[in-house]
Design a binder for this molecule. Sequence first.
Ligand code: ADP
Length: 812
Amino acid sequence: MKSKELSLLEKYYGYKSFRKGQENIISTILEGNDTLAIMPTGGGKSICYQIPALIFKGLTIVISPLISLMKDQVDSLKDMGIQGEFINSSISGIEENNVIENIKNGKCKILYIAPERLESLNFLNVISECDISQIAIDEAHCISQWGHDFRTSYTKIVGFIKLLKNRPIITAFTATASEEVREDIIKLLNLNNAKVFITGFDRENLFINVIKSGDKKNYLYNYINNNKESSGIIYAATRKEVDKIYEELNYNGFSATKYHAGLSEKDRNKNQEDFIYDKSGIMVATNAFGMGIDKPNIRFVVHYNMPKNIEGYYQEIGRAGRDGDKSECILLFSPQDVQIQKYLIEQSIENFERKNNQYRKLNEMTDFVYTNECYRKYILDYFGENYGHECENCSNCLNEGELVDKTIDAQKVLSCIYRMKNKFGTGMLMDVLRGSKNKKVLQFKFNELSTYGIMKDYSNEELKNFINTLISHRYISVVNGTYPVLGLNQNSMKVLKSQEKVIFKEFKVEKKAKEDNKLYSILKEIRREFSIENGVPPYVIFGDATLKEMSAKYPMNKEDMLNISGVGEIKYKKYGERFESEIKKFVKDNNIELSDKTKKQEEIKMENIHLEVNSDEKLFDRLDSLRNEIAKKENTIPKMIMSKKSLKEISGRYPRTIDQLKDISGVGPKKIELCGEKLIFTVNDYILENHIEVTWINRKKRNVIIDGEHREDNEIAIDMLKEGKKLSEIFEEIEISISTILGYVTDYIKEFGEINFNLNLEDLYNKEEEVQIIDVCEKIGYEKISAIKKQLPSFIKYESIRAVILKKYYLN
Ligand code: ADP
């Protein structure tokens, strides 16, 4: 039988299943536990407190810092048939009295308030008489001094709770995962034996793209030009930069609006509304914009400057793709971004300790930009999650862009810096390289240098970009004084001595972030009409994903409509018929046969099932030998060339072309470049020799199940441990690093408590290493493995760190 929670999810929200974590969080709250849930932005926090609110007898109060969005949140609830209200400074006294009447008469289940309201005696008098079952605190990190958005008004919450006759269940929600903030929330909110949930932080649908070379402006224009139909945010570090980008975009005919703290409240609200109601496709903003933005169909987030910390960055990119559709996050980096952020930290009125903390976070952000490993892995490790593999959905994994050899030009720039004796900044260097006759150049006799005028063929802008790119890739150092001065370093010397080549990627922007179809556009138009009629944002009517599903499945009766994700009963009553009749008309006008419809539905169904593959042992052995050979040549271990799992999949699916090979799970462009041709060659040879007839079937995003193995890697590893296998044996058999296996064990203990298998952890470290690791953990906590690793000498391996942590903190 369906649970009550699931029935409510279907009835009101029209969703057919819970997302990761939601169900557990809801049942824990329903059992009466104080709860802290940490979920990524867009993970679906609201439903976690709204469904218990519907089941509990009394009122749920939601405390949220963003008053500008409360109206939309409450409109959404009302539109679904849920009794919601809000009180904040934007409503009149009469409206407030109406809300209070509704509360007193039991006509309100969920009340949104801003924390400032807790200072109003009038409000407290009324509310303390009510039967309050739950207080849900949204953006709970605002209570912590260590968070990135501390709000004093959040400290009033505890006093308020104490005033109430009966203590309700307290639930807190945030997307900030840091251990210190988490502990602060539990402590400062006085949570009782809080149950803590940390759902996976990964947002699989976001493509993470970091661009360190080329002309930012050019890139941005190309990108938005190619994605005109899509809605997106462009973040810049300062108000001035926001104004500049905004003006240029509008001057060039793009429909952009803007948001920063320098605008009046009225303008900010209007601009935000234009963006939410799809009147302006692009929002250019500082980080003041976005907290609590519920717009689900944001297809791209561009950072025109590097943000000041990873928490902020991940929160901001998290605003893309809440509806689960593919979306792109682009960080356009230039070395000045670091200077801008340092300047902003210096200008802030924070105390010494907080400033130091901010510098530390800025360094971590800069390291992220410079990393060569998978960006997603870097972020998830940062949040203490054990990702353990490469995502194949970030620009480092996909290695996109065309590689261009820039060694000679780099040598020209570097030797000019050398001849100018490492004493000048970018402006003067450019003047000399471009052969300027400016007074200072002549005064220093730089016109007599052999490098004078050797880069005349570069425009001013191009040369500036090129020098910045060299700085971004650490071929030039910037020494800060009153004026930043450029200097040479070890990397520059290698380039000057021709020991190292300078190879940059030149990016092409080709992709569209989203393809639309005709019926989808028609349905969007109806949605817009409803949105105007009812005075609510379009996504409150139906999300993009819901319209897209309709345009693919052609639902033409109530039953089919209710099967679409996002169509609940009340919404069907309000809007269903109009959409239905438009779909019928479209089907008729375009002579769409039922069989087409069934075909489409089949395709959609296919996406939800697995692709079963039986591996071919003999071919696998051949591929495995090939892999060992390549690994030897590349001086690495075989699993780095390709995983056993991918080889097994190849052996069972027989890809005969590079295009088909691309469809194998875990095979990205890097792997294709390294060994694609050899693999294809081996497969074709084998097919010919053995007269195998192959019918190629595309994966179409389906999960691949090989030889009936339905378990995930973590389940396999844990089962093998339970069977008594050693860590080293598991490593051999399924090629997962020991550190990753220990990560799985840690997750397992977190979820199920004790374990009863033997790990022989002591074999993985010596006494001296143990002391050093514990020492660091005591200082910075034991959750963030990569941060701990950084503080230790490099010879101490990840597996030793994980082993010590498991032993000391989990198995003691
Ligand atoms: P958060 O507050 O965690 O950032 P929201 O609660 O605003 O996220 O949810 C993000 C989006 O995901 C919303 O559009 C919401 O309707 C949708 N959503 C939440 N739960 C589900 C679910 N179980 N199935 C489908 N969509 C969901």
